[in-house]
Design a protein around this ligand. Structure first.
Ligand code: LLP
Length: 418
């Protein structure tokens, strides 16, 4: 569910015509809907209200500070994977006791930062990392709260690049080695065991992988509790999919209905880390048609947004709906919708049926709120797109368009070249 839709022939973001935004702020432009973000967050909060829980939004999906503030205001926590994300989460006012820290490659500097900030827990992904956290915490005379990220060996039935809970993936500690690692953790003097973590993948559109993974992890939790490990938090990760084309994924309420009966009766706080399902459908990428051309028997629509602005189609062959910002009723053509980047992999859509467009007309790439801007780059020295947040009739610039000066700001020229 989202608040983008047509009124007459014009696409609106909440109560604002998208064309007006494109004219005012230029393109490529990311446009987000406040009410959609809030609605998705609240859907989670409502679904789990019968059980103690913390919703730790996965920052990696979209890190814009204004969006983080919307979530902070609604009581959201954060799932982070780097010092940079910790910095952003704190800056947006997300309380550190609601921040969980995952990732297979935490550096000493990042561990120190997280200990200083007093995050809720480190989701530890290997024995080596566990020992390093213990060492660093020791030098700071701290005890680091930890959960072990368990790899439950469940197939999430999603794209191989975003599947993480299979034993051949680099993530987490194999479930069969979990007990031994918890025993080790209990002997280390500067860590304190507080939880168990799992995350099996992203864009999961079925309930069963979540249920199967939960059952596996709960049997570990029960075993750990029997052995008197103090497990207070069960972090079930993120991963709920959204409809891009014709998928019909469960909604947070369905997920809660599947999972809560399994955990019932246990003394635990559930932590969850949704990213895409909060912001994915809350954002669109608006782009302008630059040129039309034919070649090799194909039609091309060349637009001003490229793979550097939204890399999901190029990287995963991901599908995003692309719709006109103003409907024209013209006949359909089948075209490749491509960006200006000098790579054949630079496309937003291939063989797409779309109403004939003319130069200067705007298109909207839908469901671009998650892993759009956050995965963008300045490849081909293209300044970053601007970002706008719409709330009702109000629209606010939440990130200025990048500049040429910005592209070179951090570069240095050695003295001998000056
Ligand atoms: N927690 C952990 C430990 C994660 O690794 C991730 C995502 C999440 C939570 C949030 O998952 P979500 O609810 O958003 O599915 N760039 C890819 C997605 C990569 C996901 C990486 N990890 C894409 O554009 O599809």
């Amino acid at each position: 569910m989202h608040f983008f839709g047509y009124k007459g022939s014009e696409l609106y973001a909440e109560d604002v015509p998208v064309r007006q935004l494109a004219e005012k702020y230029g393109t490529p432009l990311y446009v987000y809907s406040y009410r959609t973000i809030e609605r998705h967050f609240r859907a989670y909060d409502e679904a789990y209200k019968a059980f103690p829980h913390i919703i730790c939004y996965a920052l990696k999906a979209n890190t814009n500070g204004a969006i983080l503030k919307v979530l902070a205001k609604n009581g959201g926590g954060a799932d982070i994977v780097s010092g940079g994300e910790l910095y952003r989460a704190l800056r947006a006012g997300i309380p550190s006791e609601k921040i969980v820290y995952a990732g297979v490659g935490k550096t000493e500097e990042e561990i120190r930062f997280a200990l200083t900030a007093r995050v809720l827990m480190f989701n530890v992904e290997s024995e080596d990392e566990l020992r390093e956290i213990d060492r660093v915490a020791g030098t700071m005379r701290r005890k680091a709260p930890i959960a072990l990220r368990i790899n439950p060996d469940i197939n999430p039935q999603t794209h191989p690049y975003i599947s993480t809970g299979l034993k051949e993936n680099k993530f987490g500690i194999p479930i069969e080695d979990a007990l031994e690692n918890y025993r080790l953790a209990s002997r280390l003097r500067h860590v304190r065991i507080v939880g168990v973590h799992k995350h099996i993948g992203s864009q999961i559109t079925k309930l069963s992988p979540f249920v199967d993974a939960m059952k596996r992890v709960l049997s570990l939790v029960d075993e750990l509790k029997r052995r008197k490990f103090d497990i207070r938090y069960l972090d079930i990760g993120g991963g709920l999919g959204i409809p891009y084309l014709d998928e019909n994924p469960p909604v947070p309420e369905d997920l809660a209905k599947g999972l809560l009966p399994l955990v019932n009766g246990r003394k635990l706080t559930l932590v969850m880390e949704p990213g895409r399902s909060i912001v994915g459908n809350a954002g669109i990428l608006v782009t302008k048609t630059l040129y039309l051309k034919k070649g090799g028997g194909k039609d091309y629509v060349i637009v001003d947004a490229g793979m550097n602005d939204l890399m999901r189609p190029s990287l995963y062959g991901a599908y995003h709906h692309i719709v006109p910002v103003v409907k024209t009723g013209r006949a359909k053509i089948t075209a490749d919708i491509v960006g200006p980047i000098c790579e054949s992999g630079d496309f937003l859509a291939k063989k797409r049926q779309i109403g004939r467009v003319k130069r200067g007309e705007y298109l909207a790439v839908m469901s671009a709120g998650a892993y759009g801007m956050s995965m963008s780059s300045n490849y081909n020295s293209r300044p970053s797109p601007a970002e706008v947040l719409v709330k009702g009739k109000t629209h606010s610039l939440i990130r200025e368009r990048g500049t040429y000066e910005g592209l070179v700001r951090d570069e240095k020229v050695p003295g001998y070249l000056r």
